[in-house]
Design a protein around this ligand. Sequence first.
Ligand code: ASP
Length: 339
Amino acid sequence: MSSRRKFIKKIAVVGATAPFISNVKAKENNNKGPIIICSRGNEWGEKVLKPGWDILSNNGDLLDAVEKSANITELDPSDTSVGYGGLPNENGIVQLDASIMYGPTHNCGSVGALEGIKTPCSVARLVMERTDHIHIMGKGAQDFARAHGFKIENLLTEKSRKIWLRWKENVSDKDDWFPSKNNDYDKKRTTGTINVLAVDSNNDVAGITTTSGLAYKIPGRVGDSPIIGAGLYVDNEVGAAGATGRGEEILRTCGSFFVVEQMRNGKTPQQACEALCKRIIDINGGPKNVDFNDKIVALGKDGSVGCASITGREGLEPELAYWSNNGFNVLKGTYLIEV
Ligand code: ASP
């Protein structure tokens, strides 16, 4: 095991991180051209990044690039953690969260607990571009989307309904729901989200985070993904960061903001992602209290990338995919706690 991957050994649990915000200027710009990244590796990375890279490499619109890439996962019913086909809340209703942020204006928009719209990040973009608000949640978000011509559809696929039903039947033995005879219930609570971050050839930065959130959540629960500074943050002088995994931990550390500010103060994207993971472990009182995972990806304005997670193991390192003038690549990141 390389020591880089297993950096838990190097951290002191108490007081290991000292977040600070200063006026130190961002690193010098040595951008080598456009780049787009997403928080998935090989399996999804290439198909997610292709439309965005096609736009960026033809000097197209930065927001179109991140939106079209994020839409790929949102529209794909085989993915049970984002958009159409995402796992539902405890009542069997799919509720989606998404955010977008644009560096040049420092503007942003988001939707939370949005029902019936396959592409929540596109609605978030309209919140940013066509309203004076930043967050719109629940019924209001759906009404807003309908006003903009979005179709209200059933987002629960047969695959997701069956996974949810197995959960519902197994969640308690004190209710009247019985599991089927061949009960293949998987106790593991599925998580997932996608972050798409990009720098264009003008050296401007933008990002999107989109998810169906925590499976079987209490209806109305909003995670980190639609909260600016938590599941997504962009600063046009520095770069961008996005988070996936247990949203409550990212929310209470202002995770993506924390990472971008660490980069502003001189850390590489990799070091900044690791600093957030350390901080989350610290505020939980150390590794012994950590039974969840979070993963953070970051993109420097100079095109440098980083990725770290709280837990992992050899062969299961956190990954991100990126597409630049050097083609499509996957970066294996670091983790703190071996599981
Ligand atoms: N961060 C998402 C949330 O808490 C879920 C995930 O990424 O697994 O809603």
